[in-house]
Design a protein around this ligand. Structure first.
Ligand SMILES: *Cc1c(COP(=O)(O)O)cnc(C)c1O
Length: 421
């Protein structure tokens, strides 16, 4: 009764192309266009802080804070500048080590370096997010912070991470760039640690073209992040800040981004509802198939469900699985292939591994305030490379219909049964 695989000359499950898996940007319609045009017509595309009630950026911040259940939200130009502002907000800088997973967008590590701190790369586990046991192994007397990254919308093991942070007195900055609206045990991702950083660039769940957000419940963290995001902040916010001013940069979000982001943010829950439903239907159907093991999602109900990931027994089987699946007409691939550089895997982070920053003297690694001795190598996180090389990933979009969901289930079932007889 087993059908012949398409890769062996059989009929594929489908020949129809799948809809896009870009999220917010694909939903853009008259609402976004109207919001941008209205803002343009007002001839004030700059966010005037003293006119907060009329500012789209201020409205977006207020929405964000409310939705995330946090006291403060600061809009910035992107996820990277959100991370940098949050790190500065937390007071992390020269001499400090910050723990970051080996599977995240390279910007997570770059942001740590941008504040002259040292990234310490640790393993992921079968959740494809940071492994709490390895965090504990890699804490040194120089560790100041942990940056859990909710990769592909999967909530990290936040209970364990917060417990480690409490015991070792460390600061936690959640990188929520890929997990806007994700939840862990009833709490919005980004609101669990001492601060959270979001991105609203094109590839994320909702978009402002470019954009970022810092959230925190700590007034001092908020004030410091705000000072970092505008070198002249002290002149704008006369009298309301208690934090001693310092030299910041310019990461200000403009009103066009604010207008776009505001409409997009209103679409987030709809997108998430569809993605979660799609993923749970597929997972239920495939979880007992031979030879595959689903990614262990710490809180499946809170998962943003932007992709379906499962492990095969070996990397060879994983590659074969992904190829067979594609031949069936199902978009997907294996996560780690040494031939294909991927900016999300530390293995390819050459400038970090080679300790190379813009600084000609090799700061921050050579900085006299740094007393540690971090070492990097291509194979320093073997578990991470093993998990990723055994992961098949199928990206999910809110535009997948019932037929696509059925094809994905049929395709995975057909390939799993054929390859694991
Ligand atoms: C996208 C991303 C960032 C950086 O966001 P930008 O808006 O591109 O600066 C940081 N961390 C992770 C995990 C990301 O996916």
């Amino acid at each position: 009764m087993e059908a012949k695989l398409a890769i062996q000359g059989g009929d594929p499950v489908t020949k129809e192309p799948f809809p896009t898996t870009i999220h917010g940007a694909e939903e853009i319609d008259e609402r976004e266009i109207d919001a941008i045009i209205t803002t343009l017509k007002q001839k004030k595309p700059f966010r005037f802080l003293h006119e907060a009630k009329d500012s789209k950026v201020s409205q977006l911040e207020a929405k964000f804070a409310e939705y995330m259940g946090c006291k403060h939200a600061l809009a910035v130009t992107g996820g990277t500048t959100a991370l940098i502002s949050a790190l500065v907000g937390l007071g992390i800088g020269s001499g400090d080590e910050v723990i970051v997973p080996g599977y995240t967008y390279i910007a997570s590590a770059a942001a740590i370096l941008a504040v002259r701190a040292i990234p310490v790369i640790v393993e992921i586990d079968n959740s494809l997010t940071i492994n709490p046991k390895d965090i504990e192994r890699k804490i040194t007397e120089h560790t100041r912070g942990i940056m859990p990254v909710h990769m592909r919308g999967t909530p990290c093991r936040m209970d364990d991470i917060m417990d480690i942070a409490r015991r070792h007195k460390l600061l936690v900055l959640e990188d929520v760039a890929q997990a806007n609206g994700g939840i862990y045990k009833g709490k919005k991702l980004g609101s669990i640690g001492h601060a959270g950083a979001f991105s609203m660039q094109y590839y994320k769940l909702v978009t402002a073209g470019e954009g970022g957000m810092v959230i925190t419940n700590d007034r001092v963290v908020y004030e410091r992040a705000t000072l970092q995001h505008d070198s002249a902040m002290v002149f704008w916010e006369k009298g309301t800040f208690t934090t001693e001013p310092f030299a910041g940069e310019n990461y200000r979000m403009n009103e066009l981004q604010g207008a776009l982001g505001l409409v997009q943010f209103g679409r987030l829950d709809d997108i998430l509802t569809k993605l979660r439903k799609t993923k749970s239907i597929i997972c239920n159907e495939i979880k007992t198939l031979p030879g595959i093991e689903l990614q262990d999602v710490p809180d499946p109900a809170g998962d943003c469900s932007v992709s379906l990931c499962f492990f095969c027994e070996t990397s060879d089987k994983t590659r074969a699985f992904a190829e067979a699946l594609r031949a069936e007409g199902i978009p997907g691939g294996s996560m780690f292939d040494k031939a294909i550089p991927d900016r999300h895997i530390y293995y390819y982070w050459d400038y970090v591994l080679n300790k190379h920053t813009a600084d000609r003297n090799g700061c921050p690694w050579t900085c006299p305030f740094y007393k540690g001795n971090v070492q990097y190598s291509r194979n320093m996180c073997p578990d991470t490379l093993d998990y990723l090389s055994r992961t098949v990933v199928i990206p999910l979009g809110q535009k997948l219909g019932e037929k696509h969901i059925n094809w994905i289930i049929q395709g995975i079932t057909k390939v799993a049964n054929a390859l694991n007889r």
